[in-house]
Design a protein around this ligand. Structure first.
Ligand SMILES: C[S@@+](CC[C@H](N)C(=O)[O-])C[C@H]1O[C@@H](n2cnc3c(N)ncnc32)[C@H](O)[C@@H]1O
Length: 366
């Protein structure tokens, strides 16, 4: 592998990053390397401290210099790169016009404010559709609808959190929380915190109770007997420590004392919740709970036995008029939530029930 100059860099594929010293470039490079890609940096500076962070290094003229296009063409050709990343708006603008001629077939990836604005425009269009959907739920909303700007802000923040919670389900949660009685909000299965952040933020916005998240964040707990083991194969790749750290970083943005988490299974968590009202953790400090649940979001292990056990462990604490959400009631990978959800609807009086974004939402009478 060449070290500096314009020497040849062996190996097909990979991404060339230019200018490689910018923070966004260095972060993109690290993420690409984590994804197993060969990442070579390029810079117009004679000394760039980022050099040591790359698999290889190239010098390129400044984009304003006449030799830039031909030097870049040679670098991309000789290095066999299939992607060029730039975080710099001026360079991106030049490359958007010129790259097809400089190196046909090379993909340009650019992190630019324009992209963020385009994404926001598209998200706003999708949210307008969700807003216009008929959310004629019983009871009528106790809280006013969110304004367009704060909805866009919330969903933009949620877009940055990976997870298994569609926009439609998030909007349904929003509508349900507008109709939520007093009491704690409990989530079984939080992963990176997508639905948890939504519930926690909306609870603050609507002056509702405190949020408790229960997730073991452990590989031992994740086995599910889903159809064909597809979910297990995927979960094998999860880094649960990193996932928990991601969750804590996001959820700790919510006001202190209003949210907490138990790194425990649902059953262990229920025993702890019943044993005392105060829950403390290093990430969230102390939270004092009501001991009665206004919203129970069941989104842990989806095997029938687990969903049954989750409902048995927590369901009796849900207050009259409170909500129970069975995630993945409609699911390609198994029947657990549907079987337990249907049994619940058959056996228990329910005031309102609807399916949105694959989840079943049920409100107890009262
Ligand atoms: C589908 S993910 C949750 C998705 C999350 N609510 C979201 O919005 O992206 C399922 C989570 O349940 C957790 N889990 C598995 N078994 C559990 C159990 N027995 N009790 C609580 N959580 C469990 C897993 O660790 C995983 O993080």
């Amino acid at each position: 592998m060449a070290e500096g100059g314009t020497g040849r860099i062996a190996g097909a594929g990979g991404v060339l990053v230019f200018p490689a010293g910018m923070e966004a470039a260095r972060r993109y490079a690290r993420a690409s390397r984590l994804g197993g890609r060969r990442v070579v940096g390029a810079s117009s500076l004679s000394y760039d401290p980022a050099r040591a962070e790359y698999d290889g290094w190239l010098s390129l003229p400044y984009v304003t210099e006449p030799g830039f296009d031909s030097a870049l063409a040679a670098a991309l050709r000789d290095g066999g790169f299939d992607e060029l990343f730039t975080p710099h708006p001026v360079i991106a603008e030049h490359l958007e016009r010129r790259l097809a001629a400089i190196a046909p077939g090379t993909r340009l990836t650019a992190a630019l404010p324009d992209d963020a604005l385009a994404r926001q425009r598209i998200l706003a269009e999708d949210l307008a559709v969700l807003r216009a959907a008929a959310w004629q739920l019983d009871p009528p909303a106790l809280q006013p609808a969110l304004g367009e700007a704060e909805t866009l802000g919330l969903f933009s923040a949620l877009e940055q959190i990976p997870g298994h919670c569609s926009d439609e389900k998030l909007w349904a949660l929003l509508e349900v929380l507008r109709r939520c009685p007093a009491g704690d909000l409990v989530e079984i299965g939080s992963a990176w915190g997508r639905s948890a952040f939504a519930i926690g933020w909306l609870a603050e916005r609507f002056g509702l109770g405190r949020l408790l998240c229960v997730d073991p964040w452990s590989a031992e707990q994740r086995l599910q007997h889903d159809k064909g083991g597809a979910v297990n194969a995927w979960a094998d790749r999860m880094d649960f420590d990193a996932t928990r750290a991601f969750f804590e970083a996001r959820l700790s943005l919510l006001p202190r004392g209003r949210v907490n988490a138990l790194a425990a299974t649902s059953l262990e968590g229920a025993a702890r919740y019943r044993a005392g009202r105060r829950i403390e953790s290093p990430a969230f400090g102390a939270t004092d709970y009501a001991g009665r649940i206004a919203l129970l979001h069941i989104d842990g292990n989806h095997d029938e036995a687990f969903v049954t056990a989750d409902l048995a462990a927590w369901g009796d604490l849900v207050v009259p008029g409170g909500w129970i959400v069975f995630d993945d009631y409609r699911w390609a990978f198994g029947d657990g939530p549907r079987l337990v959800g249907d049994r619940f609807l058959d056996e228990r009086p329910v005031a309102t029930a609807f399916v949105a974004g694959t989840a079943l939402f049920a409100r107890l009478p009262g």
